[in-house]
Design a protein around this ligand. Structure first.
Ligand code: GAL
Length: 767
């Protein structure tokens, strides 16, 4: 039977590799550092670093002892992600290699291992930006980092075993559903006299709902169907019910292999008139996610990956995410399945298409992405074009054909920014940066030969928020159409920017979402982007950060986050966030007008000092289609030189007060707050949680221009990721702490000398 063992602990790491020394000489620990995966080849500073600092070849080594009972079985090392080109050796002998940093791969080690002593696994990890491999060869607006940055496991299976299981859910009706399973075995040789069968058992927890058994025809995939299953709860955004399917492989009557796969029954259709999930029309409200984190780059384990999905779903109220611009962690996708967040997953790439060899690799990326991830019910579309690349009939015919063959159940998309580009996909997915208040049109004129600005040109940049789909496609009929990026570089905004900019940034997101809801032909709009990210010198604010997120790199919200969060139904969460730091002289000319309040309340009352200025309804005039338009107050009087007062905002739903916020005219630091996302971590491989420190005033508001120093210490069973001496940025700072693997207590302290306060937290690491 199958055995799967995580092998993330006890690796040795060295930031260089030499064939001569690292393969031919006995390995000592000298020159190596002991590490646990996921691992980044170099920890980068927060900003202002060399954008080639991670581009080198490193060496990872690990001892591997095998149990005698595994002799005669087949052994694989499964790597979930190694950036960017990996060569794997067993006891100095080449075992396999893999190109591309974003797809999982397996290396068979059966014939290279010994059972009478320890084996040595060596991985030479080339993290340079190799022009023969996507996304490299041109310039890219993000960093790819380096190292074995996702998990590794040892998989022991019998000579004949299960290779792929592909589940889909045809015939989904309100009260019944079907399940189709395609089960592919491996290792059945011609002339094998045994009969192999496969058996599937559908379960809801421990309850068995249905079973089916089928002969495997000559080693080819077996196709099984469960028809008209009754009482199936469908997978939906609000109730993402998951069942499990046990798949067994039998040789005669003996069960020889077994896997369990989760399944969500859902029917999703993308048409030119809308997106339908289980027959219900939904709008796809999304943001793009890069998988990077400060300091650690891509190398963050399960909990951090899952937390990002939670942030997108619960803190931002999204219905979908695009995994820009590459396949992302299994943990992230698993969590999207569990919480009901739809996913647009795409192949690695950014504007550039390389040589034929490079293109072959892009096609392999499609294959590996789909084979690895096609059982996630949350994934509803495959991105099979290189993000924002020009047309390439041959390449994109290949990627589309392959995607449809490997997964006939999902549509393809391909993200473009050139209007009128060829539609080989099922959904026309377009980055529409038209909403730029005319600035792009101006730039395009000034730098006419600068081709990347072409996509900013519109006929009427001032007024248009989203282009008409037919103007974009150039087609005379409607096709399924989705906007896959907007805003981003058109209006970079820092969390600690001036208030007018933060408000305009937030309103741009609200305007585009309003335009999405106003047009039935647009299935969804996915903003650029969820989180700020580290980038190359050719992009960003000069400090190697693109401040394009509605949250910063630490996932702390900017005002724009509330343009999304306030779209949640009040039943899920009541939201009322006045987009102001409440000051007389922060904005140009002074005052706080227009005062925008992102809310899902029916009405907001505003008090200035003790004076009731009025009660205000959501602004349906300017945002008629948005589920929850912001309240906009623009009739407050008062001039420069007048006394400034406190403010109070009261939110009402159905005539009842549901939320209240107050702001002080005279804010002073009143408390230091430290919040850990988790208080219990898991022992084993390293685990992590984020800790956020905020300085708040006497009314509980974060102080947006407080940049004092903060000293963080972590003791006991954990350590700090990144530096211990920080400065609060806009009244807040966040950091991740990591466990060392063993159970125990982690003690975190943060002191702010200016406030003369220290906060302590204890986090438990449990077995
Ligand atoms: C797009 C690109 C993204 C990001 C964004 C910034 O052109 O696809 O990766 O660079 O611009 O707005």
């Amino acid at each position: 039977m199958r055995t799967v063992i995580p092998i993330n602990r006890d690796w040795l790491y060295k930031p260089h590799f030499s064939q001569e020394d690292d393969l031919n000489k006995p390995a000592g620990k000298e020159g190596y550092q002991q590490v646990c995966l996921p691992h980044t080849n170099i920890e980068l500073p927060y900003n202002y670093f060399d954008d080639a600092a991670f581009c080198f070849i490193s060496c990872y080594k690990r001892r591997l002892s095998l149990e005698p009972r595994w002799q005669g079985q087949r052994l694989f090392l499964d790597f979930e992600g190694v950036m960017n080109f990996a060569r794997v050796f067993i006891n100095g002998e080449p075992a396999g290699e893999h190109r591309g940093g974003y797809t999982a791969f397996s290396v068979e080690i059966t014939d290279l291992v010994r059972f009478d002593g320890e084996n040595e696994v060596t991985v030479a990890v080339d993290s340079t930006e190799r022009p023969d491999t996507p996304p490299f060869g041109g310039r890219i607006d993000y960093l790819t980092y380096g190292g074995i940055y996702r998990e590794v496991q040892l998989r022991v299976v019998p000579p004949v075993h299960l290779k792929h299981v592909f589940l889909s859910t045809p015939d989904v009706q309100a009260d019944s559903a079907g399940l189709a399973a395609e089960i592919t075995p491996d290792g059945i040789k011609g002339g094998d006299p045994h009969e192999y069968t496969t058996r599937i058992v559908l379960k809801d927890g421990e309850t068995i709902l249905a079973r089916q058994q089928e002969t495997i025809p000559d080693g080819r995939p077996a196709r099984l169907r469960l028809h008209s299953l009754s009482n199936i709860q469908l997978w939906s955004l609000n109730s993402p019910k998951l069942y499990s399917l046990d798949c067994a492989l039998l040789k005669g009557t003996e069960e020889i292999d077994h896997v369990e796969v989760r399944v969500g029954f859902r029917d999703i259709r993308l048409t030119s008139g809308g997106c339908w999930l289980n027959g219900e029309k939904i709008k796809l409200r999304g943001l793009n996610r890069h998988q990077s984190f400060p300091y650690a780059g891509y190398a963050m384990p399960k909990r951090a990956q899952r937390k990002d999905a939670d942030i997108l779903k619960y803190e931002l109220g999204l219905t979908m995410v695009r995994t820009s611009h590459y396949p992302q962690s299994r943990h992230f996708l698993d969590r999207c399945d569990e919480i009901g967040l739809l996913v647009f997953e795409e192949i690695p790439g950014w504007q550039h298409i390389g040589s034929e060899e490079w293109q072959d690799q892009a096609v392999r990326d499609v294959e590996q992405m789909i084979l690895t991830d096609r059982n996630h019910p949350s994934i509803f579309i495959w991105g099979v074009r290189i993000n924002e690349s020009p047309d390439h009939h041959n390449l994109y015919t290949r990627t589309n054909d392959l995607a449809r063959r490997l997964d006939p159940t999902r549509p393809t998309g391909g993200v473009r920014f050139i209007p009128g580009s060829e539609m080989l996909e099922d959904v026309y997915t377009m980055n529409d940066f038209i909403h730029d208040n005319g600035y792009g049109k101006y730039l395009a004129k000034v730098i006419r030969d600068f081709k990347t600005y072409d996509h900013l040109q519109g006929q009427d940049g001032e007024a248009v928020v989203l282009r008409d789909p037919r103007d974009v496609t150039g087609l005379s009929h409607d096709v399924p159409y989705m906007v896959t990026e907007y805003n981003g570089h058109v209006y970079p905004t820092k969390r600690f920017d001036q208030e007018e900019r933060l408000v305009e940034h937030a309103l741009r997101h609200a305007r585009v979402q309003n335009a999405l809801y106003a047009d039935d032909r647009i299935l969804g709009a996915v903003g650029w982007c969820a989180f700020d990210y580290n980038t190359h010198a050719d992009f960003g604010a000069g400090d190697k950060i693109c401040y394009h997120g509605v949250m910063d790199m630490f996932r702390i919200p900017k005002m724009a986050a509330y343009a999304y969060r306030s779209q949640k139904s009040p039943g899920e969460e009541v939201v009322m966030e006045p987009a102001t730091c409440w000051a007389r002289g922060e904005r140009s000319v002074g005052g706080v007008i227009p005062l925008v309040i992102f809310t899902n309340c029916d009405e907001v009352t505003f008090l200035y000092g003790s004076e009731r200025i009025g009660s205000y309804k959501p602004d349906r005039l300017r945002y008629p289609a948005l589920p929850h338009p912001p309240v906009v107050i623009d009739d407050m009087t008062g001039a420069w030189g007048m006394k400034w007062e406190d403010a109070t905002f009261i939110g009402w739903i159905g005539g009842k007060e549901v939320i209240r916020r107050s702001f002080s005219r005279n804010a002073v630091p009143a408390r230091l707050e430290m919040l850990a996302d988790d208080t219990v971590l898991k022992a084993g491989d390293w685990d992590t949680t984020r800790v956020t420190v905020s300085v708040k005033d006497q009314m509980g508001n974060v102080m947006p221009f407080l940049m004092e120093s903060l000293v963080v210490t972590v003791e006991g069973a954990g350590e700090l990721i990144g530096p211990g001496q920080l400065s609060l940025i806009g009244g807040q700072a966040a950091f991740w702490i990591r466990s060392k693997g063993d159970a125990g207590e982690i003690l975190v302290s943060a002191s702010c000398p200016r406030l003369n306060r220290t906060e302590h937290r204890s986090i438990t690491v449990e077995n």
